[in-house]
Design a protein around this ligand. Structure first.
Ligand code: 13P
Length: 245
């Protein structure tokens, strides 16, 4: 099971305290099978990277530029830069970036460069509330998957994160049956259309220590991408505990 902390635009150097608690938790639970990945803002990657050395925790970034190494792109960070600072993962296609104009084609370019830079990709997809109401969820997910992963070879380096947009930061999670169907649909698309043998699909959107008990009943889910609840160590640890212990 994967537990990914997406801190979004939150956190400063004091936040290291929260990471320390989670490091302690992973040391106490060495034998249990789970993977924790921290995706703090760029400004904290270096200090987090130093802290997690010799721990089971891995580091990820929240986005990157599609240019693989360097270029005249003011304000951007490349996949190579992320790798050099100790990131092994990068989140790409988060709806918060898609909503400000990131297209499926850009997502695809970013994924290609990230994989070339030896990063693993947390590839986010999900429908809006209007699309859900119009029963377009499968169509949207299908399009996002096929366009986002177009001509990508190392699909075993991709973790898909299904994040229904209407569930992010709202406290609302999908009905268990619906979520089960959507995750299974995503896995089937990956298997049938892209020949991924063992696809990994995570769920994200308002995951907290309370609702995670219901969410884990869905066998097809391989982990969680956690926003708000990942910032407090206790909440994040409780989510892990309730899933794997
Ligand atoms: P919340 O857990 O705060 O709803 O955020 C989910 C998310 O967007 C993770 O990427």
């Amino acid at each position: 099971m994967y537990f990914i902390a997406n801190w979004k635009m939150y956190g400063d150097l004091k936040s290291i305290k929260s990471l320390n608690k989670v490091i302690k938790f992973t040391r106490l639970n060495k034998r249990k099978k789970f993977k924790i990945i921290y995706c703090p803002p760029y400004t904290l990657l270096d200090s987090f990277s130093k802290k997690i050395k010799k721990t089971k925790i891995e580091l990820g970034a929240q986005n990157c530029h599609f240019e693989i190494s360097n270029g005249p792109f003011t304000g951007s960070i490349s996949p190579t830069m992320l790798k050099k600072i100790g990131s092994n993962y990068v989140i790409i296609g988060h709806s918060e970036n898609r909503s400000t104009g990131e297209t499926n084609a850009e997502v695809n370019k970013k994924i290609k460069s990230s994989i070339k830079s030896n990063l693993k990709v947390i590839f986010c997809i999900g429908e809006t509330l209007i699309e859900k109401r119009k029963k377009l969820t499968n169509k949207i997910l299908y399009k996002q998957i096929l366009k986002g992963l177009y001509k990508i070879k190392n699909l075993n380096k991709i973790l898909v994160a299904y994040e229904p947009i209407w569930s992010i930061g709202t406290g609302v999670i999908p009905k268990i049956d619906d979520l089960d169907k959507n995750v299974t649909f995503i896995k089937n698309v990956l298997k049938k259309h892209l020949k991924v043998k063992n696809p990994k699909v995570l769920y994200g959107g308002s995951v907290n220590p309370k609702n995670v008990e219901n969410l884990v009943s869905i066998k097809a889910i391989d982990g969680f991408l956690v926003g708000g609840a990942s910032q407090k160590a206790k909440n994040f640890i409780d989510i892990v505990k309730k899933t794997i212990i």
